[in-house]
Each structure stands twice: as C-alpha cells, then as structure tokens.
Design a binder for this molecule. Structure first.
Ligand code: FES
Length: 342
C-alpha cells in the first residue's frame, strides 16, 4: 500500500510523491528524483528535519540530540526516519531551491593543508581534482555542508564549508577534534596529499534573502564555519547588511579565526562581532558567559526585529531558540543547524 506525501516549503511550493509502507519519506522523495537536504540518513544529524501537519506516521529510531521528545510530540520529524501510515502533509523549514532534482557523484579531492588554529580545532583545506564536466569549479550556497568520505575506511562525516564557491576547487573546513572521534584520529595521522571523496553539497542553512531584518548569527566553536562562508560571500558581493555575530568558546585558547573576522569587519562596516568566553582567565576584557547569555542581553537592548541563525551543539541551538521565542521572535525567523560530536 502506498501513501501520498506532500512536502510544502517555506516559500509555499509543494512537491507530491508516493511512499510505500515501510519506506521512509526521504527514500521515497529520492525515488521521485527529489533530494531534500540530508546527511547521515540514520537519524543522527538532523539535516532532514521537518514538521508533519497532517497524517499518521511512525518514527524509526533516532537521536534525541537532534529531535527532542518535545519537538517530536509537536509534530517534529526526520524525513529519513518517518514511516507513513496514512497520507502525510509535511512542512519544511527552507525554500524550494534547497531541494535538488539531481544528485551529483562524489568528487575526488586532495588534502593540501591541515593546521591547528586553536585548541582542539583544525583548519583543513582540500583541493578538488579536475572534473571532465565542471573542471575545478564547485558550486554551493554559503551555509551548506558536504559529506567527506575516506575511501576504504568506511568513514564519512558532514562538515560545513568555511569558504565560498570558487573556480579553483579550494574547499576549507574548520574541524573540532573529538576525543576518540574516528575522523579526528584519521586527520591527526593523515599525510598531506591523502585523497578524500567530497559528496554533493547539501543543507538548507542558508540566508533568507527575502527578509530585510538585521541578522544575529550565534555560533558555538566550529559552528562558526557556515557563518564564515556567509560573511565572506557578503563581503565579496559588498552586501553590508546589519549583522551581529556571537561566537562562543570555553576559554581563550579556543578562540578561532579572529584575524579573518577582523578583516571581514573592515569589508562589512555593519558587522559586529562579540566573542563570548565561558571560563576566561582573569584578564579577559570581552564578554564572560555563553553566546546565549550575550544574545539575551542583545535582544533586551536592541529589540526583536531580527533573523536568528544558530549553529553549534544541540544544547546551544535549543537554549538560543528558547531565548528567541521567549523574547517574541517568530519561529519563522529562526534558522538552525546543529552538529553532533562524531
Ligand atoms: S539525514 Fe536524517 S537525521 Fe541525518
């Protein structure tokens, strides 16, 4: 038996396809040549979040880090874990152009540098190999991520790009070293020149260009990556939009990309940057506390006409979302990307 699935995007576009019993909605969409943003396809990353407005379904196992019990009770779903029992109407928190109609094959790339830029943080730069169709170019929207796969090791992880699309095939990533993380271990013993597969860009954590509201960017550690990409694109296009970036770290040794942020502020005079250190040394002159605390006091002083973009661990995304909602920001103006340690 099959069920009719209707996906409605933020810009009111609709996509319909059928889904068999015991088939998940993500797989059914892909069978119909629709590729909503996805990552792990195992309920662990949250890239395929949506909300079911009508219909009955069962959720296969998933991590509560990416979909809380409360969110699931209010209709929150992960497309890759949703098994319909009836026809479903699902809303998606992004525009129709985030749903791809084809999926490009992974590209071969070479690691050309790995640098430690802060405590437990690496900057990894890849050089794509020439492709017969596209050459070196790699198209993506600032804010998107790619999955990196180590051939032969059955190891795949999603990371946000920290630079912008370019013709030279250069891809930059900020990667947090996780204790006992398989990808972290791989990077620490990897020689420059190692080849790696780069899957097609995905993700809907991109700027809502229809809104003229000032933007608040809230990043936890390497959650800065998509914001760096977005800010670099704004600088390239001289799009000086009022933007306040909150960057949260545990201590001064974890502060990352300060020089890049200072350079971006010179290109973008309406960009302000607030580095929030949770447990600083005695001589720290900046904000003491979490970016959530700093965001709260910002809203109290500056009002709530803001678009809020959140990227970091689930605990930061959830706490910031609560503060935004409690201060009267409409949920349509809150965009989030959460990453889980792996
Ligand atoms: S793709 Fe569905 S949770 Fe990762």
């Amino acid at each position: 038996m099959s069920h009719k699935i209707t996906l409605s995007t933020r810009d009111n576009q609709q996509f319909e396809f059928s889904c068999e019993n015991q088939q998940n909605v993500q797989d059914a969409a892909e069978a119909a040549s629709l590729y909503p943003p996805f990552g792990c396809k195992s309920g662990a990353c949250g890239a395929c979040l949506g909300s079911c407005e009508k219909g009955d379904y069962q959720l296969d196992s998933y991590s509560q880090e990416v979909l809380s019990v409360e969110a699931a009770a209010n209709g929150g779903i992960l497309l890759c874990r949703t098994l319909p029992k009836t026809d479903l109407q699902i809303t998606l928190p992004y525009d129709a152009d985030s749903i791809q109609q084809t999926l490009n094959a992974p590209r071969d790339a070479e690691i050309i540098s790995i640098d430690k830029i802060a405590e437990r943080t690496l900057k990894v730069v890849l050089q794509l190999q020439d492709d017969p169709e596209t050459g070196l170019a790699f198209e993506f929207e600032p804010g998107q991520f790619v999955e990196l796969e180590i051939p032969g090791l059955d190891l795949m992880r999603a990371y946000s790009l920290a630079n912008t699309a370019n013709w030279e095939g250069r891809l930059e990533f900020l990667i947090r070293l996780q204790p006992n993380g398989k990808f972290s271990e791989f990077l620490q013993k990897t020689p420059i020149g190692q080849h790696i597969l780069v899957h097609a860009p995905s993700g809907a954590f991109v700027i809502n260009k229809q809104s003229s509201n000032p933007r608040c960017f809230i990043a936890g550690g390497t959650g800065l990556s998509p914001f760096l990409s977005i800010l670099k694109r704004m600088a390239e296009w001289a799009e000086d939009h009022p933007t306040h970036l909150f960057l949260g770290v545990n201590n001064e040794a974890e502060i990352l990309c300060q020089e890049e942020l200072t350079a971006l502020q010179q290109s973008l005079p309406q960009l302000t940057v607030e580095i929030c250190v949770w447990k600083p040394e005695d001589n720290w002159q900046g904000f003491i506390g979490t970016p959530v605390d700093a965001f709260k006091s910002y809203l109290e002083k500056n009002g709530v006409e803001n678009d809020v973009y959140l990227c970091g661990p689930p605990i930061l995304v959830e706490a910031s979302t609560t503060v935004a909602l409690e201060n009267g920001i409409n949920k349509e103006h809150i965009y989030s990307e959460r990453f889980v340690a792996a």
